[in-house]
Design a protein around this ligand. Structure first.
Ligand code: C5P
Length: 345
């Protein structure tokens, strides 16, 4: 019998802006955000074989990033398994399938980088490539939205405005022409994780406490930052757009975490053009002029930490740092192999 092996790459996302516009009846929040996919990928290898009983086996590759992969959930509630089950319930295969998934985890988790959604999106891509009657992209996006607010973006990537729960997407054409397209530094405090539901609750509590009226909340605290930035980007005016980047969550997260304020101050001092939090945090992104500048700034930051912190090694929470570029793709299949396998039916 034939087994299909597929390698899927799935990128992390960054919210260049994040506006919380109000609460919704379904328990979610109305948001508006400018999202970009970045060149930091999880790699997933799917091996799909017809079998007697359906089975999903997820494992973690030893090539995963050592500092956060140990917390990766391998059980049946994992977004990869949920995505596979949802896909097959919507577009069944004629026989039961054994699906083995080996994940090389490189995107930090609970970090505001949509690492879980990246893996779920990879699973939808793999299943759709394997299917004999594949779903079209709109059907696949609708399935993705059922699994989580970040899922449609993880599937499609690029540079987009997300509205509603963050899952209704509008593309902005990516122009890599002059003025030079910036690069990003991703900075994640290794021992800090923030859950998205907690962050939204904290935001609501703070909004109530500081007496924001419903009307003010509906307008958002950073009035129309996303649309303003998007208009500038469409004209290629990166340098001005960057000034509108920001994140409403920072108002409630920053008072709790001095280290995030320090990250901003450190990277601004090193010459970053803007430093903000992505999603519900705690990851920060810094905007710099090029990938080379990003690598150099990371080295300069590490050197500064070595000098400042050699006496406080035990207290110091190291940063996981990545130099990345904005990319056009979401989750994509980059290798497929069909091979004869021992019939275990
Ligand atoms: O959709 P996802 O599972 O990623 O969202 C996780 C949680 O974050 C939701 O259950 C909800 O509590 C909160 N959320 C929200 N508004 C959004 C997105 C997420 O309140 N737009």
């Amino acid at each position: 019998m034939t087994g299909t092996t597929m390698k899927v790459s799935s990128p992390a996302k960054v919210n260049l802006t994040f506006e919380i516009l109000g609460t919704r009846e379904d328990g979610y929040h109305e948001v508006r955000t400018l999202l970009c996919a970045i060149s930091l990928f999880d790699e997933l290898v799917f091996t799909i074989t017809e079998a007697r009983e359906p089975e999903i086996v997820i494992s973690l590759s030893p090539d995963s990033h050592e500092s956060f992969a140990k917390d990766f959930p391998l059980g049946t509630d994992n977004l990869i398994a949920r995505a596979i089950r949802l896909y097959l319930s919507h577009n069944p295969h004629k026989k039961p399938l054994k699906i083995e998934v080996m994940v090389t985890k490189r995107i930090p988790m609970q970090a505001g980088l949509a690492g879980g959604s990246a893996d779920g999106a990879a699973a939808l891509r793999a299943m759709n490539d394997f299917a004999t009657n594949s779903l079209d992209e709109d059907e696949l996006l609708a399935l993705a939205a059922k699994l989580g607010a970040d899922m449609p973006f993880s599937l499609s990537g690029g540079l987009k405005i997300g509205s509603s729960r963050g899952d209704v997407l509008e593309s902005l054409p990516l122009t890599t022409e002059a003025p030079r397209f910036p690069a990003l530094i991703i900075a994640k405090p290794r021992h800090l994780a923030i859950s998205t539901p907690w962050a939204f609750k904290a935001y609501d509590a703070a909004a109530d406490k500081i007496g924001l009226s419903e009307k003010t909340r509906d307008k958002g605290l950073t009035d129309d930052a996303t649309l303003y930035a998007a208009d500038l980007l469409l004209e290629g005016r990166w340098e001005e757009a960057i000034k509108a980047f920001g994140n409403d969550f920072e108002q409630v997260i920053f008072p709790e975490y001095q280290e995030l304020k320090d990250i901003r101050a450190d990277f601004v001092a090193l010459g970053a053009r803007a430093v903000n939090m992505t999603g519900s945090g705690p990851t920060m992104y810094a905007i710099v002029d090029s990938l080379q500048a990003a690598h150099e700034m990371i080295e300069a930051y590490k050197e500064k930490q070595r000098i400042d912190c050699h006496a406080c090694v035990n207290k110091f929470d190291p940063l996981d740092l990545f130099a990345v570029e904005i990319i056009e793709s979401g989750a994509f299949v980059n290798a497929i192999k069909n091979e004869l396998k021992q019939d275990d039916c």
